[in-house]
Design a protein around this ligand. Structure first.
Ligand code: TYD
Length: 134
């Protein structure tokens, strides 16, 4: 499965901490877009899609949430609950985000400009495309 949960280095002293994401250091792609998910209603599931071209890095910069990752064969559940843990997801991974805590802010970095046509929002279509790419 093409994902990686990793701890990232942070800088700091007794005044606070800082984390940077930089291509070639702790990010494998050119960052073209960033967005964050917040005010998520408890018990709601977000995501529920795969992307043909986008790779992502997800960081719970506040609070926590869970990510269900599916590559068409295997499923894994990852919990993000600290700003110094990051989840890398390759393209063509199906993902569901859920169990957001009340204060959760999920920061997302990606290598693409937003393009709805690269989203696969139907799971059966996703399985079909994954199998045809094998
Ligand atoms: P969506 O991908 O469904 O969010 P999530 O993955 O959190 O479930 O996107 C929600 C809405 O926001 C949808 O109308 C598309 C829009 N959107 C943008 O315009 N630009 C973006 O970069 C993203 C990620 C979403």
């Amino acid at each position: 499965m093409k994902y990686k949960l990793f701890e990232t280095k942070f800088y700091g002293d007794n005044t606070g901490h800082l984390i940077s994401f930089e291509k070639g250091v702790n990010c494998p792609f050119d960052i073209k877009r960033t967005f964050y998910i917040f005010d998520t209603i408890p018990n709601k599931v977000r995501g529920q899609h795969a992307n043909r071209n986008s790779e992502f890095i997800l960081i719970a910069i506040s609070g926590s949430c869970k990510i269900r990752i599916d590559d068409g064969t295997t499923q894994e559940i990852v919990e993000l609950n600290t700003p110094h843990k990051a989840l890398y997801l390759d393209k063509m991974i199906w993902k569901d985000m859920y169990d957001f805590s009340y204060n959760a802010i999920l920061l997302v970095l990606t290598n693409t400009i937003y393009d709805e046509s690269e989203y696969i929002r139907d799971y059966q279509e996703y399985l079909k495309e994954i199998k045809s790419g094998d």
